[in-house]
Design a protein around this ligand. Structure first.
Ligand SMILES: C[S@@+](CC[C@H](N)C(=O)[O-])C[C@H]1O[C@@H](n2cnc3c(N)ncnc32)[C@H](O)[C@@H]1O
Length: 202
């Protein structure tokens, strides 16, 4: 029931707001993305575009495979951002080597290891030297509360991992990968692995 509600953009946005998602996105933007208005940002699996308000007017292109999510994104933010309904691949990248920031928020846990590696390769190809990929995904960690573990286990993503598994995959593509484990992004007990991956400067 909840999973089918979340497949609708309005249900996904409402559920996110109820759980305190906007405050978590403020923290994610402040502590990790640190966007500047002059940045070019690509958002892989952008959903209904819920990161747009937190990017300080940076130039933004969001990609998502879901027409429903892209329609909602265009309705809310089409005046200040570009949205493309497509699965991104290295072959279809609009502007390789031109992005300061790539985001993939809550996407990697929907992908198996090979697909996740491909996402990191796409981000690497999209970024300028010195550019950064930022991701966050639900994660299992030792000592986590039972409630957090339960909530994470109910996620729609089929590939929720132990926290250390996310940087392991990222390091097959990026040399510089840092991970923080955060439990303060949502109003409910929920553990997120946040990755910051930097492309080497030329
Ligand atoms: C949990 S939603 C996250 C949405 C959004 N990033 C957010 O922060 O609210 C995961 C999204 O990833 C999209 N997705 C998964 N794999 C994708 C791919 N290869 N290319 C484009 N979108 C993808 C799905 O359609 C879905 O909208």
């Amino acid at each position: 029931m909840l999973k089918s509600l979340l497949s609708f953009a309005a249900g996904y946005e409402l559920f996110g707001r109820m759980l305190g998602g906007p405050a978590g996105r403020v923290k994610f933007a402040r502590d990790y993305v640190k966007p500047k208005s002059t940045d070019r940002v690509m958002d892989i699996g952008c959903g209904p575009g819920m990161m747009v308000p937190y990017l300080h007017g940076a130039t933004y292109v969001g990609f998502d495979a879901s027409p429903e999510y892209i329609d909602a994104a265009r309705a809310h933010y089409g005046d200040r951002a570009t949205f493309v309904c497509d699965r991104v691949s290295t072959a279809t990248l609009d502007a390789p080597g031109s992005y300061d920031i790539v985001l993939a928020c809550g996407v990697v846990h929907h992908l198996d290891d090979d697909e996740a590696k491909t996402l990191f390769e796409i981000a690497m190809a999209a970024l300028k030297p010195g550019g950064r990929l930022l991701t966050f995904d639900g994660a299992y960690v030792q000592g986590q509360s039972r409630l957090a573990r339960f909530m994470i286990s109910r996620d729609r993503g089929q590939f929720v991992r132990r926290a250390e598994e996310y940087p392991r995959i990222a390091r097959s593509v990026f040399k510089d990968v840092r991970m923080d484990v955060r439990g303060d992004f949502l109003r409910i007990p929920y553990t997120l692995a946040v990755l910051s991956c930097t492309k080497e400067s030329a």
